[in-house]
Each structure stands twice: as C-alpha cells, then as structure tokens.
Design a protein around this ligand. Structure first.
Ligand code: PXP
Length: 236
C-alpha cells in the first residue's frame, strides 16, 4: 500500500506567523525522500493554508505525484489545468468547516460534474473523487469520468463503539472491492492515524492512503526533542 502525504498543515503553521518557515515544499521533499508515493495539497477557496505560490512551487519540486485537492469551482479548474498536477481530487468544501466534512455528493451534482471533468480527462490529468463508501456513489463516479475514488474514512476514524467501527470498516472494504471491480483505482483517507490504520493493510483493493494531520502532528512531537537540544547546544 502506498502513502500520499498531505502537507497542508505545514502551511497552517507557517501562516500562523506570516513568515517563510516551515516551508511546505521542503516538507514535501522530505516526505518524498522517506518514501511517500505522492504529495497532497488542498488549495482552499479561502487559501487558509496552501497559497497559490505554494502550489506553483510544489509543481516544480514534486517528482513523485502531485495531488491537488480542490472544490469544483471554475477558478480552481483553471488553476488546475494550468498547473497540471498528476491528479486532482474533488472534495466538497464549506467555508466554515475545520477540515473536509464528508464525501462529495455526486448524485446532486452529476451533470455539472461530468462536464467539469471532461477537460481533465482530455488533458490526461487523473481525477479522483472523494466520496462516501457507497455503491451508488461509486457507480456515478465511474460514469462521470473519474479514474480514482478516494473513500472517506472519517466516520470510521471517529470515536465509535467497536461494533460500529467494525461495520464502518466493512462498508469501506465492500466499497473498495466494488470500485476495483469497475476498474477504478481505490484510495482511502481522512482521520487515519498510527493506530486506526492497521486493518487497512488487509484491504488489498486499497492501493493508497492519504494522510495529513496524524503525520504532521507526530512530526512535531518526534522532532521537538532534537529542536530543543539543538537550541540548548547553541546557547550553552
Ligand atoms: N483526503 C482528503 C480528501 C482530505 O480532504 C483530507 C484532509 O485534507 C485528507 C485525505 C487527509 O485527512 P487527515 O488530515 O485527517 O489525515
């Protein structure tokens, strides 16, 4: 199973001080150096973390695979076609949310979506749709021209009683098997961490997981020790 690393929160941290560090591009290169199969960034409409200049620099620097997460807007379509990431992932986006909440409602947007995807299909930019692990959504994704479905694991990742968690996992597994049977590539993501990832190793149909928050949060804690020691070495 491959790992795609979402580096949005490196930009969140940088933006907290309006300075240059930490640099999301440097983080992307480190993740690639360690074996990440792809780098994910979400250019949100409000640009709260990744900015346009980050995306341009990421495009220059990333050599594995750049996945641009985006809302289905005309502005983002133009930016994506100009930037040419290896793939785009369409996500629903609400201004007030803390992070992406739930999968894309394909049934509601089907006609607009199918037209929206055409230039990406024509340009050879792969399209991934972030959807709920649900058969109908998978059918519509395939019909609309998606190459990949990213199954939303947010509900599974929530604090749930064991039985409900097992049911969510079953839903994800069945959805993965079904999507693969239609010829779609299958990715999973949202809320995955160092503990809840374990059962995903057994789901062969899921080729890749997309993880951001858990990795960046862990990086802060594992890196803090060395950062403090280094400063002490300088001042003592
Ligand atoms: N996949 C998608 C489509 C997302 O929107 C996000 C969050 O940006 C992720 C994966 C990563 O989620 P997390 O940060 O919880 O690992």
């Amino acid at each position: 199973m491959r790992l795609a690393v979402n580096i949005d929160h490196i930009a969140t941290l940088r933006n907290a001080r309006g300075e240059q560090e930490p640099d999301p591009v440097a983080a992307a290169l480190l993740a690639e150096k360690c074996g990440a199969a792809g780098i994910v960034c979400h250019l949100r409409e409000d640009r709260r973390h990744i900015k346009d200049h980050d995306l341009a620099r990421l495009r220059q620097a990333v050599t594995t695979k750049l996945d641009l997460e985006m809302a289905m807007t005309a502005e983002l379509q133009q930016i994506a076609l100009k930037t040419r990431p290896e793939l785009i992932t369409l996500v629903p986006e609400k201004r007030e949310e803390l992070t992406t909440e739930g999968g894309f409602d394909i049934a509601r947007h089907y006609e607009v979506l199918a037209a929206y995807l055409k230039p990406f299909n024509a340009e050879g930019i792969e399209v991934s749709l972030f959807i709920e692990p649900d058969k109908r959504a998978i059918d519509l994704a395939a019909r609309a021209g998606a190459d990949i479905v990213e199954l939303h694991t947010g509900a599974y990742a929530e604090k749930l009683p064991d039985e409900e968690k097992a049911l969510e996992l079953k839903r994800i597994r069945e959805a993965a098997v079904y999507a693969k049977s239609l010829g779609l590539k299958v990715v999973a993501g949202h809320g995955l961490n160092y503990i809840n990832i374990a059962p995903f190793r057994e789901i062969r149909e899921i080729e890749e997981v997309s993880i951001g928050h858990a990795i960046i949060a862990r990086a802060v804690m594992t890196g803090l020790e060395e950062a403090v020691r280094e400063m002490l070495r300088i001042i003592q």
